[in-house]
Write a protein that binds this ligand. Sequence first.
Ligand code: ADP
Length: 397
Amino acid sequence: MIILVVNAGSSSLKYQLIDMKNENVLAKGLCDRIGLPASLIKHKTFDGRSLEKEIEMPTHRDAIANLLKVLTNDEVGVIKSLDEITAVGHRVVHGGEKFFKSVIIDDEVMKTLEECAELAPLHNPPNITGIKACQQVLPNVKQVAVFDTAFHQTMPKKAYMYALPYEYYEKYKVRKYGFHGTSHKYVSERAALLLGKPIEELKIVTCHLGNGSSVAAVKGGKVVDTSMGFTPLDGLAMGTRCGSIDPAIVTFIMNKEGLTTEQMDTIMNKKSGMLAVSGVSSDFRDLDDAVEQGNERAALALDIFAYQVKKTIGAYACAMGGLDAVVFTAGIGENNSKIRKMICEGLEFLGISIEDEKNLKRGEEIDVSKEGAKVRVLVIPTNEELAIAKETQKLIG
Ligand code: ADP
């Protein structure tokens, strides 16, 4: 079974074509600058062939049509005919309260997706456009929606409700949703496999640390709490996002600086976080370099980040009444051994203790904890595309 995985953004569309027989990525690529001048497609195949070409793509439908042409063409194609594609799995950012698992897309689902768009105005509309484009170009192929929020829908009400007037929940569905769910699910299931124990018996904290970062408490395979909230701005301080702050700061700064809601939104999402504290960069590699050169603000940014992850792990151990494993994943979690060490230091009282030499490894599945440590610390590269493909395969049977 061959599955096309699509992640559609407002002006870009990432794709992977996966052969589920052996979970091989046959090809992957990106349609960039959709609807803009000089749009281009970048494509790579499993056997090292590649293409980078400017192609006019005024709409997402053009992007899908072009990537399908590339998948079947003579030079860089990997399938003979589009009939070989059994299904398309779409990443959808927000499923609201309606979707607690992946679904096969039909008219009813499309209607509900449109209703959820208000909750993620930047992300869901392009996701929906991507689905519609695939429906038009591949009318006989089943389409599946896999939601970033779905895995977190098991949270109890005490974890997802905010202490705001109740009517805001009733009228606007203001509550914690959580994001990166596909990744948290994938790595928690891999962790159970690596530990050789049923997930139902495990208490795991999964740390997805990338440009956007979130932590989840996964008890018995179900999320009981997570750090992102109503939007992906909540929780940890991130590359350019401020994370949780005293909400009164928002109106205070807006009044002082005479800012509009849009301006304040941009400051909190794009001009805060590691970038703001360090004054150097949002990228942890740049921050590491700056620290080497003695930059104190870069060091402070890393300290803030590691401290916030550390105390979230502690809080979630309490929420679950224990802890069996901590998983690190995504760009920083998989590659940055220094941050992993900073996070784990001082958590020996919880049973966390990592082996420095093992911890230097990067980008591979590995248990970096000391022998005999009560809590296993695992590094597990996430693979959201494969997770989406697996969900799609499971649904279409
Ligand atoms: P996104 O949330 O955009 O998917 P990533 O998961 O790629 O982001 O994470 C980006 C962060 O991960 C950056 O701060 C970067 O420093 C770090 N990172 C990514 N790849 C590497 C690598 N190979 N080595 C060290 N750090 C990396």
